[in-house]
Design a protein around this ligand. Structure first.
Ligand code: 4NP
Length: 170
């Protein structure tokens, strides 16, 4: 398969973009967990997960070691992440169109919302990661227990989104 075939193949995948501030703690954790749950649900070849930060401070860096340790202790693979910055292409399709953009907190949501015009269809693709609209709080300046709390919230959210994405694709 050529590189262009591969890109065309990717463009057909339902794409979920996960967003936090730095893309080194919350959204990378959610990225790994959601991919894991989608794979367990047999959806790995139909859904692509990406993640990014509203700030570009950590672009190219791996996950925060506390986030990685929390994931590893729970049996996930935290080694592949490299931080990215949010991308207009999610909405205008110029790079990788995202079908669903899930923000970890209200500030992240506002940051993504600011990239979108008043096109109602695009606005509707931006949601909070927690389906009750609550925030996944920023654990960066806190202690290790904050990361365990974040993982629990992320596992619940990823479970719920896996079911919703399955219904959407069926
Ligand atoms: P994240 O956490 O948004 O969950 O990746 C943070 C990471 C880095 C910073 C803040 C929050 N920072 O200030 O560098």
């Amino acid at each position: 398969m050529s590189a262009s075939d591969e890109r065309r193949g990717d463009a057909d995948l339902y794409t979920v973009a996960l967003v936090c501030l730095g893309n080194i703690c919350r959204s990378p954790m959610a990225h790994v967990v959601l991919e894991d749950k989608l794979a367990a649900a047999g959806l790995a070849d139909r859904v692509r997960v990406v993640s990014a930060g509203t700030a570009g401070w950590h672009v190219g860096k791996p996950m925060d070691p506390r986030a990685a340790a929390t994931l590893t202790a729970a049996g996930y693979d935290a080694t592949r992440h490299r931080a990215r910055h949010i991308d207009d292409g999610w909405f205008d399709g110029s790079t990788e169109r995202a079908d669903l953009v899930l923000a970890m907190d209200a500030s992240n949501h506002a940051g993504v919302r600011a990239m979108v015009t008043d096109d109602a269809q695009a606005v509707g693709r931006v949601r909070m990661f927690r389906q009750d609209g609550a925030e996944v709080p920023d654990p960066y300046y806190g202690g290790d227990e904050g990361f365990a709390d974040v993982l629990a919230m992320i596992e619940d959210g990823a479970e719920a989104w896996t079911e919703e994405i399955r219904r959407t694709l069926d």
